[in-house]
Design a binder for this molecule. Structure first.
Ligand code: GAR
Length: 212
C-alpha cells in the first residue's frame, strides 16, 4: 500500500520483522531499508518487495558518531515520518536519537523494562520466569530504553527451549510491530514530553496483548 506516511526500516539480520511489515497492509509506505551488515537477509527481502535498499557498513567508520551522521543523512533523504528499528543491532548516539525524538521506534524481545540487552530468551529461562514477551517502544539514548507502547506477553511453557521460546515470541512480534506502526501512521499514538498519548489520552502503561 502506498500512503503519505513514510517509514524507513533499519536492520542487521534476517529481516523476518521487516517481512511482517511487508506482508501487512500498513497504512504507510516503506520508502527504504538500510542495513549495516552486507549479508543481511533483510536486504534481499526488501529487494524482493521492490523497496530501495542501502548498505552502510559500520566497519568502514572510525567512530559511532561518524556512522550515525551518514545514517541520518541517508534516512533524511527519504523524509521519513518514522524510523523503525527491526533487529538493528547497534547502539545509537545521543545526537541521532535526539534528532528522531518521537519518530524512532524499536522492538525488543522482553517485557521491558525487564531484560534489556542481549540473550533475553536464555536469561528469562535461566531465571525461571513464568512470563516473557516483546515490547515496542520509542527509543531514547539508554540501551533498550524509552517509553513502551505495546507489549506481547506469553507464558513460558514447561516444554520450551530457548529456540522454541524465541520462535513463539517472534510470531507475536510480527503481529504487534505492524499494529504499533499502524497506530503511529494513523496518528493515534504520539510522544509528548517523553509520555505516550493514545487517542489524545496519556497512557499510564503500555497496551498489553496476552497470547498463549
Ligand atoms: C527480533 O526478535 C527483535 O526483537 C530483536 O531482533 C530480532 C530481529 O529479527 N531485536 C533486538 O534484540 C533489539 N535489542 P529479524 O532479523 O528476523 O527481523
Amino acid at each position: 500500500m502506498s500512503t503519505n506516511y513514510r517509514i524507513v526500516v533499519l536492520l542487521s539480520g534476517s529481516g523476518t520483522t521487516l517481512q511482517s511489515m511487508i506482508d501487512t497492509e500498513l497504512p504507510a509506505n516503506i520508502c527504504a531499508v538500510i542495513s549495516n551488515k552486507p549479508n543481511a537477509m533483510g536486504l534481499a527481502r526488501a529487494e524482493e518487495a521492490s523497496i530501495p535498499t542501502h548498505l552502510l557498513d559500520h566497519t568502514l567508520y572510525s567512530s559511532r558518531e561518524a556512522f550515525d551522521f551518514d545514517l541520518q543523512g541517508l534516512i533524511d533523504q527519504y523524509q521519513a515520518d518514522l524510523v523503525v528499528l527491526a533487529g538493528f543491532m547497534r547502539i545509537l548516539s545521543d545526537g541521532f536519537v535526539n534528532h528522531y525524538s518521537g519518530r524512532l521506534i524499536n522492538i525488543h524481545p522482553s517485557l521491558l523494562p525487564n531484560y534489556k540487552g542481549m540473550h533475553t530468551h536464555q536469561r528469562v529461562m535461566d531465571e525461571g520466569e513464568p512470563l516473557h514477551g516483546s515490547s515496542v517502544h520509542f527509543v531514547n539514548s539508554e540501551l533498550d530504553g524509552g517509553p513502551v507502547v505495546l507489549q506481547a506477553r506469553l507464558p513460558v511453557l514447561p516444554s520450551d527451549t530457548v529456540e522454541s521460546l524465541e520462535l513463539r515470541i517472534k510470531t507475536k512480534e510480527h503481529l504487534i510491530y505492524p499494529t504499533a506502526i499502524t497506530w503511529l501512521a494513523e496518528g493515534r499514538i504520539e510522544l509528548k514530553d517523553n509520555e505516550v498519548y493514545m487517542d489524545g489520552k496519556k497512557m499510564t502503561g503500555p497496551v498489553v496483548m496476552d497470547y498463549m
